[in-house]
Ligand binder design. Structure first.
Ligand SMILES: [Zn+2]
Length: 491
């Protein structure tokens, strides 16, 4: 049995100022053939799980191409076309195959949506192109992010879509194993997947951490449906709200064995269950300074403040300064900010050298929407090329880099400056610079929830906060939705 694998994964904000180019992909992953297998074998990643599935079930996995960039603006059309062409060529070169296992995000945008080159549903486009290439009989399965904007075209073109059901997304390898297991049940047991989509007229709010209520209840409800006769698998997508596209919004997609009506009935049932509870998934995020007052009154330390607006994992520039300013003005001791993207400040630190004290402006250089640069007189504690290995559970075992980095300190406030825009999934990178977040009393992260994977187990308290950024939801104007969505619209 021969199965091709590969992927295109990008979360594209139509609101960010961070542009996407070829380097955005090569900085993270643009891997061909065996490179892909060597990079991901044994890691908690989608491709890592496909490799595990192939080895367990004994099928041959033929790697094509994997293109993945950190979240940022739409991918230019010529880059997208080149990636898809390479993938289709490599699928054709693979010859006779028995299945396709893909890693897709589900929230990609390509080109200028105002112009003729724009694609508002690239994953639908990719799946349709692969379907055309392999024909109607070859099973196409894809793993999606939990933050997908799932379209009817995607559901039509694929046999099976399986979304991650954890957030922080620690089940990437597990969901890929599920894809491989389901593929075997199609090829060996003759299962005939029928998939149905229910698009919920809703954006999911801040309550989507799957380990905790109320989100835990939604996942339990999903599992209850997955346990029903003839249901093969099902998923909930909480959506990616920073894309102004017609399919933006939460959804449920359910796969049954050869019963389209049943799949639709379960998708509608769960979609309605979620929409009926729409207020439950939303909550307010205070400013860091407001949350700090609450944290001091509660007295549970270390306390983590998570700025959801400047989350680089959502495509934000990562250089907003609201949180840092609050820490400095409050005169905090044992406080750190993870991380601020500022290559210019890092270059100044490199010139000054380790142990030097210098005056520099930190952050907010990408756009005034990210706040004002903060004038600091700081000591350079450490410098690094940024290389590290994720400690997990998220992306466990994966080698990565934050690019040239610096650890600076002014009084009690410690700041890690980085070049790559990646959120802290665990403490591994900080420790390469000699900063142990566990020894801090106040920790600021630019992340919505993924940081929880490596921080929550030892945190005293966590506060999701909101600082001014290009992604402040109340400042965004949507023009292409073509339908009403809660809570943008009062429905
Ligand atoms: Zn996600």
């Amino acid at each position: 049995m021969r199965v091709v694998t590969g992927g295109v994964s990008h979360e594209s904000s139509t609101f960010t100022t961070v542009a996407t180019d070829w380097q955005s992909y090569t900085d993270w992953f643009y891997l061909r053939g065996e490179e892909m297998l060597n990079k991901f074998r044994g890691t908690n990643t989608p491709i890592g799980g496909f490799i595990d599935g192939a080895e367990t079930h004994g099928f041959e996995l033929i790697p094509t191409v994997l293109a993945e960039a950190h979240p940022s603006g739409p991918t230019p059309r010529d880059i997208f076309d080149a990636i898809l062409e390479e993938m289709l060529n490599r699928i054709a070169e693979a010859g006779s195959i028995d299945g396709v296992l893909l890693e897709l995000h589900g929230s990609m945008v390509v080109g200028d949506l105002e112009g003729p080159d724009g694609i508002d549903d690239p994953e639908g486009h990719i799946l349709a192109a692969i379907r055309q290439a392999v024909g109607p009989e070859i099973p196409i399965l894809a793993q999606l992010d939990i933050h997908s904007n799932v379209s009817p075209q995607m559901v039509d073109a694929a046999d099976i879509l399986i979304g991650r059901e954890t957030y922080p997304e620690i089940d990437m390898a597990e969901r890929s194993r599920e894809c491989a297991d389901v593929l075997m049940s199609i090829v060996n047991d003759g299962k005939r997947p029928t998939m149905a989509l229910h698009q919920i007229p809703m954006i999911w709010g801040i309550h989507q951490v799957t380990a905790h209520p109320p989100m835990r209840e939604a996942i339990d409800e999903l599992h209850r449906i997955e346990a029903q006769p003839r249901v093969i698998c099902g998923s909930i997508a909480t959506c990616y709200y920073l894309a102004d596209v017609p399919n933006m919004g939460a959804s449920v997609y359910i796969v049954t064995d050869n019963d389209q009506a049943l799949a639709q009935a379960y998708a509608d049932q769960l979609g309605t269950w979620i929409f009926d509870r729409r207020e439950m998934w939303h909550g307010a995020a205070p400013t860091t300074c407001e949350a700090l007052k609450i944290a001091e009154a509660d007295g549970k330390f270390p306390v983590i403040f998570a700025d959801r607006n400047d989350n680089t994992g959502g495509g934000s520039p990562g250089d907003s300064t609201g949180m840092l300013q609050c820490f400095i003005e409050a005169g905090l001791q044992n406080a750190c900010v993870l991380y601020i993207v500022d290559p210019e400040a890092i270059a100044q630190c490199q010139r000054a050298g380790m142990g030097a004290t210098l005056t520099l402006d930190v952050g907010a250089k990408s756009t005034p929407a990210q706040g004002q640069p903060i004038r600091m007189t700081a000591e350079v504690i450490a410098l690094s090329d940024g290389d590290f290995r994720y400690g997990g559970p998220m992306l466990a075992g994966l080698n990565s880099t934050m690019g040239p980095s610096a650890y600076i300190k002014q009084d009690g406030v410690h700041v890690l400056l980085v070049t790559q825009r990646e959120q802290p999934f665990d403490t591994a990178f900080s420790r390469t610079l000699g900063l142990e977040p566990r020894q801090m009393r106040y920790i600021g992260v630019k992340s919505s929830a993924h940081f929880r994977a490596g921080f929550e187990s030892w945190a005293g308290a966590i506060h999701v906060v909101s600082e001014p950024s290009v992604h402040t939801l109340s400042d965004l104007t949507f023009k292409r939705l073509g339908r009403k969505l809660y809570p943008l619209d009062n429905i």
